[in-house]
Every structure is written in structure tokens, then in C-alpha cells.
Design a protein around this ligand. Structure first.
Ligand code: GDG
Length: 491
């Protein structure tokens, strides 16, 4: 499936119904840099995945306007056409106060739901005030959807855990919509989820959807089990449906992906070749082996374990000292949340300690760069790498793994991949690791650097075929084809 085929499908299946995407994070952020306004793409798996779909389908994307220049570039209704250089769809921004952001985003979304759904042994924090703000902000998004479609028929595609109550709120006011929600993070088992004091309200909100999607069948089954043990309802397992109060919600797995064709083509462009040269020169990346990691700075991504493994690998294999550098691109994330501040400090100290102990002349084992990169720089990093480590302790999918594979049009490079990512279920030609075992990751690094060119190429070719086949357009196609089976109410 490609972009054009998806466009044809949307024209055919959704006909004249508006296509609305709603998410917390916006796909383009406008910021002031001195006297100039710059537009940047956030480091977010969700927006990276959905932007090509929206570019293909058109429609309206409603999201929180988080950039300091966002209000300066929109019309009176908060709208702007994006991408600005070649507009394909409308971005409508919802404005939130600092207090709302603190309670809904930093608070309930990222200190309660995020650690609740990722089993990495960080205790969720449930504050009554955060929950109330989360409700209010979901209501603000519902108002924005209503302002956009009124009582007309429409297809509303809700994203993620920030908006668990939205479908119910929308349906109370917009009876002619069909809603689908994609949950981008894992859904834990019932035992884990039931500690949430508002578990029933969250499930009640989600079940207003006609369709709920997760990355894997395992997450779907966890969800069905949670609903079955929490609410009065009927589960039709063979149909993967939940029937409650006469309404059915279908629950299905749709493994998300990336724009393989675009990323693959980008990696061969002249700009990327120049960027590879610049990086080599600027950071003195002339070693025989370059490993890379690209992540939001998040405790679920297993960055600490990765660095300890690099240290262990060098202790066991001292002949690689000076011949190997690991480049970690880490974009700071959720910086107001205490757990993230702690992680930031922990990683800074760890890198400092490892590099201090091992440096020689101009060489250090870890090059830790904490900044936002452009997609071109990310492509360049991916191209110059001998291997990429994705060591998430728990991850819904992980797009970095799929982006690395897509960018290796040269057919080389090794992917070391945590077993606890959704991606590990599809990318079976990667080197699998248990990220809790530093020893396991260190052995995988060794395996990557000694792997023969023939084996690297065989594995990479299989990985590329998988991502090429199940790309982001196939993902959108699968969801939209399911939606099209519902009868759109007359509006
Ligand atoms: C959630 C789920 C699921 C990173 N640094 C920069 C940058 N990035 C981009 C990467 C990638 C994205 O951010 C991160 O995506 P992931 O999938 O790895 O992780 P989450 O953000 O946690 O995403 C995840 C995803 O949703 C989609 O459903 O896969 O499991 O947790 O695209 O390349 N992008 C730019 N500069 C950076 O410095 N431009």
C-alpha cells in the first residue's frame, strides 16, 4: 500500500464525511528564535506516524498548540494549513493554560497513565486534582471537535492515552460521528490496571468508541480481560467485540509503522550525504564501528541499561577501545516531571563517569547529544551507524527501530532490539535482547561488531521487506477499511 492507494481508499470509503484526527501533541510546532519564527517537528512517535497519513488524506488535525509562536501564525479560529511549504491539511490548535497542562499532561497523563501502562516499576501517582483537570481538558477537546463538525456525520480518529474520555464526550454532543481510538502505548494486564482509582470511568470513556486499536494482539487481550473483569458487559471473543448497553466496540491490533518509501529515499539524498560528512567531521566520528541510539529521554527507553552494556562490552573486549563510538541522540522530554528530572541527572552522571574512566586523547566511548535533530540529521546518523540499539524496557511499538531499517537503503547495518517492544514481534531478523540484562545487550553489541557482511545484508534485507510491506499507509488502510464497515449515521 502506498500514499496514492490510501488517498483513493479515503475518497472511496469516507466519501464526503470530514476526517478529523485529535491528539494532544501537534505535528508542527512554531517557536520564536530571536526575531524569527521557526517550525519544527516534535520527537513523537505518534505525530511522525500520522503526519504522512494526514498528508495523504487531507482533513483537520486538532491538537494542543504548544509552541510559543503558535498563536502568531493561526487564523482567528486557531487554524493553519500545514505543512506550510506545501499545505495538505488543516491543523487546528487548542489552547491550554499552564495550570491545565500541569494537571492534564504532566499530571494525570504522564504521572498516572504512562507509568500505569508501561510496566517498568515506576509507581503511578494518582491525584484527584489531576484527574479533574484531565476531565476538563478532554471536555475542551470535545468542544473543539463540536465546533468543527457540529451535528454532521464525520469520522473522528482519536489518538492515545491523553484523551481517554473524549469519545464519550463527543458522542454526547455529536450523535452522527463514528469514532476510532488508537492507544499508542501498551495496555497492561488487569492486575496492573486495577490500581487506577478511576479505572471504570476510563473504560467507560473508551468504550464509547466504535473501534479501539492497539499495536499487538497481546495488548488487545489485556484490554478485553480488563473490561471483562471491571464492567458489566458481554465480550464476544471470536469477533473481538465488547457489547455494552446495546453499543459494540471492536478491539483490534494494528501494528503501526513508518513511511518506508519516504525515509528510504531521503537517506540517499545529497543533503543527507553532506550531513554524514558534517557529523563525521564535527564529532570526529572516524572510528571503525559507530553504534547509535535515538530516543526521547524517557525512563521506558532503557538508556541507562544501554550505556552500562557499552561499558561492559568495552571491559570484556578492550581491543575495541578507540575503534568504537556510541552516539546517543536524546531529545529532552516531559522536563517538568520529577521522574524525568531524576533520569536526566542519572544519565548525565553515568555518561560522565564512563567517559571519564575510559577516555584517551580525543576518543570517548559515548557521545551523548541532548538536543533536537532535524529529520535529515537523524537520517545521516542512521546511515553512518554500524548498528542501532533499541533497548526499551517496555514500548508499545518503537518507531526508531523501523526508521533505522527504512533508512538503510544500502542494505547494511545491524538492529539490536528489545524483546519488550511491539516492533520485536515483526522485526524477527534483529538481534533480540532482554534490556534488563546488561550482559545480554553487551553480548549483542559484540555479535553486531563481529557479524559478517553477508549475514548483516541477509538480515537487513529481511527487515526492510517487513517494514516495506507493513508501512504506515497499510496501517492507515487497515484502520480506515474497518471503519468503513460501520454504517455512517445520516447527518
Ligand atoms: C509512542 C509509543 C509507539 C526522536 N528524537 C528526535 C526525533 N525523534 C523521533 C523518532 C521517532 C519518534 O521521535 C519516537 O517514536 P517512538 O515510537 O520510538 O517512541 P514514542 O515517542 O514513545 O511513541 C511508541 C509510538 O507512540 C507510535 O505509536 O511506537 O511505542 O511510546 O519517530 O525518530 N525526531 C526529530 N528530532 C529528534 O531529535 N525530528
Amino acid at each position: 500500500m502506498n500514499k496514492e492507494e490510501l488517498q483513493a481508499l479515503v475518497r472511496d470509503k469516507l466519501k464526503d464525511y470530514p476526517f478529523i484526527v485529535v491528539s494532544n501533541r501537534e505535528p508542527y510546532i512554531h517557536s520564536w528564535v530571536g526575531e524569527e519564527i521557526r517550525c519544527l517537528r516534535p520527537a513523537s512517535g505518534l505525530t511522525m506516524a500520522l503526519d504522512p497519513v494526514m498528508q495523504a488524506c487531507g482533513g483537520t488535525w486538532i491538537a494542543h498548540g504548544s509552541g510559543d509562536a503558535d498563536p502568531d501564525v493561526v487564523d482567528k479560529d486557531g487554524r493553519i494549513s500545514v505543512p506550510t511549504e506545501a499545505p495538505r491539511y488543516t491543523l487546528k490548535r487548542v489552547w491550554l493554560s499552564k495550570k491545565e497542562e500541569a494537571g492534564y499532561y504532566d499530571g494525570f497523563s504522564n504521572q498516572a497513565l504512562w507509568p500505569l501502562c508501561h510496566i517498568v516499576y515506576i509507581k503511578p501517582i494518582f491525584r484527584q486534582q489531576d484527574w479533574e483537570t484531565y476531565n476538563e481538558v478532554n471536555r475542551r477537546f470535545a468542544d473543539a471537535v463540536y465546533a468543527e463538525i457540529g451535528e454532521k456525520g464525520a469520522f473522528v480518529f482519536i489518538q492515545d492515552y491523553h484523551l481517554a474520555l473524549l469519545a464519550k464526550m463527543i458522542k454526547e454532543r455529536c450523535p452522527n460521528v463514528i469514532t476510532a481510538q488508537f492507544w499508542h502505548i501498551p495496555w497492561p494486564n488487569y492486575e496492573a490496571f486495577r490500581i487506577c482509582p478511576w479505572q471504570e470511568e476510563i473504560l467507560d470513556g473508551l468504550l464509547a468508541n466504535d473501534l479501539i486499536g492497539f499495536h499487538t494482539l497481546y495488548h488487545c487481550n489485556n484490554f478485553l480481560e480488563t473490561v471483562d473483569r471491571t464492567l458489566e458487559c458481554r465480550i464476544e471473543r471470536e469477533k473481538h467485540a465488547i457489547v455494552r448497553g446495546g453499543h459494540s466496540t471492536w478491539v483490534q491490533a494494528f501494528p503501526i509503522s513508518v513511511d518506508f518509501a519516504e525515509i528510504s529515499a531521503r537517506s540517499g539524498r545529497e543533503e543527507v550525504t553532506k550531513e554524514v560528512d558534517r557529523l563525521r567531521h564535527e564529532y570526529n566520528l572516524r572510528q571503525e564501528f559507530i553504534g547509535i541510539g535515538i530516543d526521547r529521554l524517557d525512563y521506558t527507553k532503557g538508556i541507562v541499561e544501554r550505556f552500562k552494556a557499552i561499558d561492559l562490552f568495552l571491559s570484556r573486549n578492550p581491543r575495541y577501545e578507540g575503534r568504537f563510538t556510541f552516539v546517543q541522540a536524546a531529545e529532552p522530554s516531559r522536563t517538568h516531571v520529577d521522574e524525568y528530572k531524576k533520569l536526566n541527572e542519572e544519565i548525565d552522571e553515568l555518561v560522565e563517569e564512563i567517559n571519564w574512566r575510559r577516555w584517551r586523547s580525543r576518543w570517548k566511548p559515548i557521545l551523548y547529544i541532548k538536543e533536537h535533530f532535524t529529520p535529515f540529521t537523524l537520517s545521516a546518523l542512521q546511515r553512518l551507524a554500524s548498528f542501532c540499539i533499541v533497548s526499551s524496557l517496555h514500548d508499545g511499538m518503537n518507531l526508531v527501530a523501523k526508521e533505522f531499517v527504512s533508512s538503510r537503503a544500502d542494505g547494511d547495518g545491524v538492529l539490536i532490539l528489545s524483546r519488550f517492544t511491539g516492533a520485536a514481534r515483526e522485526l524477527t531478523d534483529a538481534l533480540p535482547v532482554n534490556p534488563y540484562s546488561v550482559d545480554d545487550i553487551a553480548k549483542a553489541i559484540k555479535a553486531a561488531v563481529i557479524m559478517s557482511k553477508k549475514e548483516r545484508r541477509t538480515r537487513m534485507s529481511a527487515l526492510r521487506a517487513t517494514v516495506q510491506e507493513n508501512n504506515i499507509y497499510s496501517w492507515a488502510n487497515n484502520i480506515i477499511s474497518e471503519i468503513a464497515k460501520f454504517q455512517f449515521p445520516e447527518g
